[in-house]
Design a protein around this ligand. Structure first.
Ligand code: URA
Length: 198
């Protein structure tokens, strides 16, 4: 009798409770919707707080991320961490995700069919977290989330909108490693994000 009740309670928990990020991750790590599932070492789902007020969205995992299964853990990730800390935050306070959850071979740019196949994963992550601001890093994340072909140089620094959430497009940290002179522009963008969060 007691066992039956407990089994019922467990069933209720799994069938009726709203699916959280953990449930979504367990689905996504099995994904085979595009060819990247054949070459990936790990799915890089995303990391950080599920109550984050700020989400950073990058392009796709690189080699380090593919090996560790975590977003932005290579050189570009080191710079992103510095940007987050300069904003007075820690990585665990924000959420970090990518447009693609799997590494494109040789870090080639995401293909349109891969973006389409992966699009719902990021949409669901954003829906579950409902942040105040999304910061899109680079051309692919900015154009995909804002559904535009406007170049990143014209998008950056101006808030856009994704389903009622403010989106700040800025340069990708990998670009900043090649063009350190543009770090000051990114800092201008982050100041606008901080003002919005305060
Ligand atoms: N570049 C990205 O866009 N995402 C990562 O996770 C790492 C590098």
């Amino acid at each position: 009798m007691k066992l039956e009740k407990e089994a019922g309670a467990v069933e209720y928990f799994f069938t009726k409770s709203p699916a959280g990020l953990g449930n979504l991750k367990s689905e996504v790590i099995l994904c085979k919707k595009c060819g990247l599932s054949k070459t990936r070492k790990n799915v890089v789902f995303g990391a950080g707080s599920d109550k984050a007020k700020l989400i950073f969205v990058g392009e796709a995992p690189g080699e380090d991320e593919d090996i560790q299964g975590l977003p932005f853990v290579g050189r570009a990730g080191g710079l992103l961490t510095k940007i987050i800390e300069a904003m007075g935050l820690k990585r665990k306070d924000v959420y970090i995700a990518n447009i693609l959850k799997c590494r494109p071979p040789n870090n080639r740019p995401p293909a349109p069919d891969e973006i389409l196949a992966c699009r719902d994963n990021l949409r669901k992550q954003i829906d579950m977290i409902r942040p105040k601001v999304i910061c899109t890093l680079g051309k692919f994340a900015s154009q995909t989330l804002l559904n535009t072909e406007t170049p990143i140089s014209a998008l950056r620094g101006k808030f856009g909108n994704y389903n009622g959430i403010k989106v700040m497009p800025t340069f990708h940290p990998a670009y900043l490693l090649r063009n350190p002179g543009d770090k000051k522009l990114v800092w201008e963008d982050m100041k606008k994000v901080m003002k919005e969060l305060s």
